[in-house]
Design a protein around this ligand. Sequence first.
Ligand SMILES: *Cc1c(COP(=O)(O)O)cnc(C)c1O
Length: 220
Amino acid sequence: MPDAVSRLAEVRAAIEAAEDEANRPAGSVTLVAVSKTFDADAIRPVLDAGQRVFGENRVQEAQGKWPGLRQEFAGIELHLIGPLQSNKAKEAVALFDVIETVDREKIAAELAKEMERQDKRPRLYVQVNTGLEDQKAGIDPRETVAFVARCRDVHGLAIEGLMAIPPFDENPGPHFALLEKLAREAGVEKLSMGMSGDYETAIAFGATSVRVGSAIFGTR
Ligand SMILES: *Cc1c(COP(=O)(O)O)cnc(C)c1O
């Protein structure tokens, strides 16, 4: 059984190959290592191997392990990739460097309030529900461009990118293409798309960051 450190090296190599294949510059894609459900002892070797950007999907779980790891390792960048409840906005602003899951007016308003109060400005992405799935978070693709504009104009929030999780049982390519098109229309530069099963495809469609969990840490 290969361990997380050797799998990390394989994923990094695959990202480089996909960048090259897509005629994109080396290093243009950021690897977000998704460490949800894994504890500090499982994450530490990956930090030792030089990985610094991580994703977590629950605020409370992240609060339990990352403040300690930040005392051990400099330069950690933490992304919130799971749904955000408005009553957790305060904790999310305090802990995360990037919040990828802004998807409704109420969250935008809460984040704006907390960012002002804490004088801390995590970078923000809008999550888009490209497959219009009932059970999935994210804004309707048809409302995305207007929502990004409202974040800026009404709430004073600069949106840096878009994020999506394509439906589990569909070809992800059209969803990645839709997200790329919406980002262009909304005037945002970053595209968080692609997970363990499809990050190479996402890179071909222009992903600027990929969120890879099980291909590094193993099955959850
Ligand atoms: C868990 C998760 C991932 C990582 O999924 P893997 O298939 O394990 O790579 C990526 N993005 C989000 C939003 C997640 O919740």
